[in-house]
Design a protein around this ligand. Structure first.
Ligand SMILES: [Zn+2]
Length: 396
């Protein structure tokens, strides 16, 4: 008997579609090529005040408004304070250089003299922060601020693809059962990545059912943990394999003998108790261990020493009706992991009436749309999709 594919596929944290197990005639190297093509971009000039120069009324506007922040996928009502502070620093830098900022190249980083100046300033500030928590927050905020400014007027705010590749019109929303909520715990380096797949979940389900929480951004983490505190420890799971005995299969987790959920009569009552919360770690493989560790530490402080519960996928490819993971791919992407969870839950009697299979199908469809958009971009740019790719996962 072959090992269960989903068990083998986990740990999944790889936000890139490069590892997406889709039934498309694409080899791994072709997928990597698509990824590489979407990691690089031509240099582009942006101002911290939006389009145009640094003169006039724009200069008095906040560099990033709360509305703009929310448009990128956040649920929060205000721009995280440290992100706003770093954007402000960049505005000062832009003024002192008397020229718009220049972003581009691999990962859309700051370019030229700006990069040298900003890097010097960043290092000095980072070193001055004694506390490791503050350092993490500063690191996260800097990534987010740079990615945000560099993507402005270049990426579609909804689908995070270059505007000419916008796929929004091809995504079909499909409301998620109210008794369930996803949290995309995303590494800042995956924020606004064109090949990120976690974004698909809120495109399909909406931001209230699939909520972005950026790793190291205090405001985001506070909102998420407040929701978990209210939900209670037994209604929060991290979809990540755990070496200890905390991680259990979906079936075991919702075993009628263990779990009180199915003793309730109506879905309304379940919803009144608050949704079941599932954390999906949305980052590269190399970053995911630190992200999981942080979640566990925060759980212990919120629940007075009690562990965060983990849930593991165990179904094989047969449950993934349309998706056929290729054995050579040892990781899967964030959105596909959500599809796996929805599919497994749908097969349990207590969840079978919530249309979770339809939700899974909608996410699968959105994955196909994303892959098609990235492939078309690659072809349009005149790059072969068979060219051997360089690995670009850990770029800024
Ligand atoms: Zn779009």
């Amino acid at each position: 008997m072959s090992p269960p594919l989903w068990r083998a596929a986990l740990p999944f944290p790889c936000a890139a579609i490069a590892t997406l197990p889709l039934p498309l005639p694409l080899s791994r190297s072709r997928m990597d090529s698509i990824l590489a093509a979407n990691s690089r971009s031509a240099p582009r000039m942006v101002t911290t005040s939006g389009v145009g120069g640094g003169e006039g009324p724009e200069c008095t506007r906040p560099a990033v408004s709360p509305e703009e922040w929310r448009e990128w996928g956040s649920l929060s009502m205000k721009v995280p304070s440290m992100v706003a502070e770093i954007v402000e620093d960049l505005r000062v830098l832009e003024k002192s250089m008397d020229s718009p900022l220049c972003f581009g190249g691999i990962g859309g980083k700051l370019q030229g003299e700006f990069r040298v100046m900003e890097d010097r300033k960043h290092r000095a500030k980072y070193e001055a922060l004694g506390d490791s928590e503050k350092k993490l927050q500063y690191f996260a905020a800097r990534q987010v601020a740079c990615r945000l400014l560099g993507s402005r007027n270049y990426l579609c705010q909804k689908c995070w693809l270059a505007m000419e590749d916008c796929m929004c019109s091809k995504i079909t929303p499909c409301p998620l059962w109210q008794g369930m909520r996803f949290w995309l715990y995303m590494h800042p380096k995956d924020f606004l990545r064109q090949n990120n797949t976690g974004k698909l979940l809120w495109q399909v389900f909406g931001v209230n059912s699939a909520t972005l929480c950026l790793f190291g951004v205090a405001e985001d983490e506070d909102v998420m943990w407040e929701a978990f505190r209210l939900a209670g420890r037994r209604r929060v799971w991290c979809l990540y394999p755990s070496k200890d005995s905390v991680g259990t299969s979906v079936q075991e987790t919702f075993d009628p003998k263990q779990y009180i959920f199915q003793q309730k009569d109506t879905s309304m009552q379940d919803v009144e108790d608050g949704p079941l919360n599932f954390i999906l770690i949305d980052g590269t493989w190399s970053n995911s261990a630190a992200m999981f560790r942080r979640l566990k530490e925060q759980a212990k402080s919120v629940w007075e020493g009690d562990d965060l519960l983990s849930i593991s996928l165990s179904t094989g490819a047969s449950a993934m009706h349309k998706l056929r993971p290729q054995p050579s791919w040892d990781r899967t992407c964030t959105a596909a992991a959500a599809v796996g969870l929805l599919s497994e839950m749908h097969h349990l009697p207590e969840f079978s009436s919530y249309n979770l299979d339809k939700n899974a199908e909608a996410v699968e469809d959105s994955l196909r749309v994303l892959l098609e958009a990235l492939t078309n971009r690659r072809l349009r740019m005149g790059r072969s999709i068979t060219r051997k790719a360089r690995h670009r996962r850990d770029i800024c």
